[in-house]
Design a protein around this ligand. Structure first.
Ligand code: PEP
Length: 249
């Protein structure tokens, strides 16, 4: 079963417009020969339209949106609007949105549904905090996140999703999961997809690792049989490290 390999860059709330456009140009110029990996960038949504003009082979997504069609939701952006400005993917369930913005499982589920309705590719983020890992409850915890907000989808719908496993203790900390920890969780995630759907569907869904992944450790992480790429934060803000990661398969 050949699964899509994906390297996605979550820029978070970083960069000014000029820097963002420069980064898009450089990544795009330096990746013209990378045909075996989908590269997706998640810039601040304000920059979507300008990026759309120069993105060439790169795919562009949003870090956030509000799951209602339109209306009195001051300050929010709808999925139809972000699609209108060139986004094809959305990060949903990122731990920073869960923790800082108190996004609940139910709200995350609504975001998944809104993205599916508008044919936006879902990158569904899940992962445990440190105290859960220390209790050795990470499998129950992550499985529940998937059950609560993702596994209600139909077979056809789940096939439009990518799962990103991001242990919270590894995000932005410089402390990467070991290859054993990453492979163990990815293999469990795949087995839960098989349990709720089928082995064929489980074998088709890409599962990305996120959490201090960089140009140095990507190679061994991506060599794991169940790791199909990475969701990259800090190291996606520089073309050189992002491209090095993309070339790590
Ligand atoms: C992230 O926030 O999705 C992430 C993986 O960040 P970092 O690579 O900086 O740990």
């Amino acid at each position: 079963m050949i699964r899509k390999k994906i390297v996605a860059g979550n820029w978070k709330m970083n960069l000014q417009l000029e820097q963002a456009l420069e980064l898009v140009k450089t990544i795009s110029n330096q990746s013209t020969d990378i045909s075996n990996v989908d590269l997706i960038i998640f810039p601040p949504a304000l920059f979507l339209l300008e990026i759309d003009k120069i993105k060439s082979q790169l795919k562009v997504g949003v870090q956030n949106f509000y799951p209602k069609e339109n209306g009195a939701f001051t300050g929010e952006i709808s999925i139809a609007q972000i699609k209108n400005c060139g986004a094809s993917h959305a990060l949903i369930g990122h731990s920073e949105r869960r923790e800082i913005f108190h996004e609940s499982e139910e709200f995350i589920k609504q975001k998944v549904d809104a993205a599916i309705i508008h044919t936006i590719g879902v990158i569904f983020c899940c992962g445990e905090p440190l105290h859960i890992r220390e209790n050795n409850s990470q499998f129950t915890y992550v499985k529940q996140q998937l059950i609560d907000s993702l596994f209600h989808l139909s077979d056809d719908e789940i096939l439009k999703c990518v799962v990103a496993y991001e242990p919270i203790w590894a995000i932005g900390t410089g402390k990467t999961a070991t290859i054993e920890q990453a492979e163990e969780m990815h293999s469990e995630i795949r087995s839960w997809i098989a349990e709720y759907y089928s082995q064929e569907i489980a074998d088709s869904i890409s599962i990305l690792y996120g959490g201090s992944c960089n140009g140095t450790n990507a190679k061994e992480l991506f060599a794991c049989p169940n790791v199909d790429g990475g969701l990259i934060g800090g190291a996606s803000l520089q073309a050189e490290s992002f491209i090095t990661i993309a070339r790590s398969f």
